[in-house]
Design a protein around this ligand. Structure first.
Ligand code: ACO
Length: 332
């Protein structure tokens, strides 16, 4: 691993990948007792991408990673660090990051997964930032990737309408200019809220048996109302923390990219922060909640649409099961 002079870390390239298969609210209304109107009104979601059987999380990672590497002009072999944030790994172990390494045809660098649910990508970004900004790594790949369709209870209308599959990636490297790059990050967790959002089966608490599978313990469980309230409060708190660290407020932002869980959560947090509607990026209508992939997919869309210019200030803000929450402030 490299060991060079400290510098601010900057995103050198972004990439993303979503399955081609589109599942609309009308499709879901044929499976469970719901409607397009209910889903749109309560969540803002119109459709989501769902991978076909046989696809693995590491495949989505590879597509997103190759696009991010190409955008950054970085070869896979140049990577010093590979971090994959996922709640839906290929297997409990080895890590999906190791599977990705093999797919990219690289070896030797540190590679591991981060488990922080929907906040996973920002946790991964924060970890990679430490390595790059201290000179311990020169090129780092951070990915958020999920196949949530594999762990959703497709009979539960309260959860199955919310989620989608996808992956997003960034390549980090030292910034040439000290005023560009990752300005501030703040990550947090509160394990006392573990029960409002979890997947109880398959771990040491409930090892896989015919009974645990029969009882549906291998599917996501959620208390939506509770999650909603804690999410709005935590997203607001983290955003305020990183803005304050940089001496800014919501009106100074060029773009706000919140975790894409629910349109109403996004609106509530944006309002509390005082961010104008046209500065808030939303794609939850097209992809649903892709958990750790939501922010890097959104960032990649923004970058490819040419919406960011050097010097723009961008706020990333996430919340997820654990509960975990965090924000990152970037100067593009
Ligand atoms: N279609 C129709 N009716 C439904 C559906 C559905 N898909 N889902 C639930 N309902 C019904 C409920 O059964 C309930 O009926 P009842 O009154 O007869 O019992 C009624 O709608 C109201 O249910 P609530 O759960 O109170 O509805 P709410 O307005 O809270 O919306 C929702 C539910 C959309 C899940 C909301 O709570 C939410 O978005 N919470 C945040 C959850 C989230 O985003 N989780 C993602 C993971 S964490 C993260 O990424 C932030």
């Amino acid at each position: 691993m490299a060991d060079r002079a400290p510098a601010r870390a900057r995103i050198l390239g972004t990439g993303s990948c979503v399955p081609d298969n589109v599942v609309t609210n009308f499709d879901l209304a044929k499976r469970v007792d719901t409607s397009d109107e209910w889903i749109q009104e309560r969540t803002g979601i119109r459709e989501r991408r769902i991978a076909l059987p046989g696809v693995r999380t590491s495949e989505l990672c590879e597509d997103a990673a190759r696009r991010a590497l190409a955008a950054a002009g970085v070869e896979p072999a140049e990577l010093d660090l590979v971090v994959v944030a996922t709640a839906t790994p290929d297997m409990p172990f080895p890590s999906t990051a190791c599977f990705l390494q093999e797919r990219l045809g690289i070896r030797g660098q540190m590679a591991f997964d981060v488990t922080a649910a929907c906040t996973g990508f920002l946790y991964g970004l924060t970890i990679a930032d430490q390595f790059v900004s201290t000179g311990k790594a020169r090129r780092a790949l951070v990915i958020g990737a999920e196949l949530l369709s594999r762990i959703i209870d497709w009979e539960d209308r309260g959860t199955c309408v919310l989620f989608g599959d996808g992956a997003g990636a960034v390549v980090l490297g030292p910034s040439e200019a000290q005023d560009r790059g990752i300005l501030a990050t703040r990550m947090a967790a509160d394990g006392s809220f573990w029960s409002i959002l979890n997947l109880p089966g398959g771990g040491t608490a409930h090892p896989t048996t015919l009974e645990t599978v029969g009882a549906g313990l291998h599917k996501v469980k959620m208390h939506g109302n509770e999650v909603f309230k804690v999410a709005v409060r935590s997203l607001h708190e983290m955003a305020e923390a990183v803005l304050a660290e940089a001496g800014l407020d919501g009106r100074d932002l060029s773009l706000f990219i919140p975790h894409q869980a629910n349109r109403r959560i996004i609106d509530a947090v944006s309002k509390r922060l005082g961010v104008p509607v046209d500065k808030v990026y939303v794609n939850v209508d097209r992809f649903g909640n892709t958990s750790s992939a939501s922010i890097p997919i959104a960032l990649d869309e923004v970058v490819r649409a040419g919406r960011l210019s050097p010097g723009d200030t961008v706020l990333l803000d996430a919340f997820g099961g654990g509960v975990t929450y965090g924000a990152a402030l970037l100067r593009w």
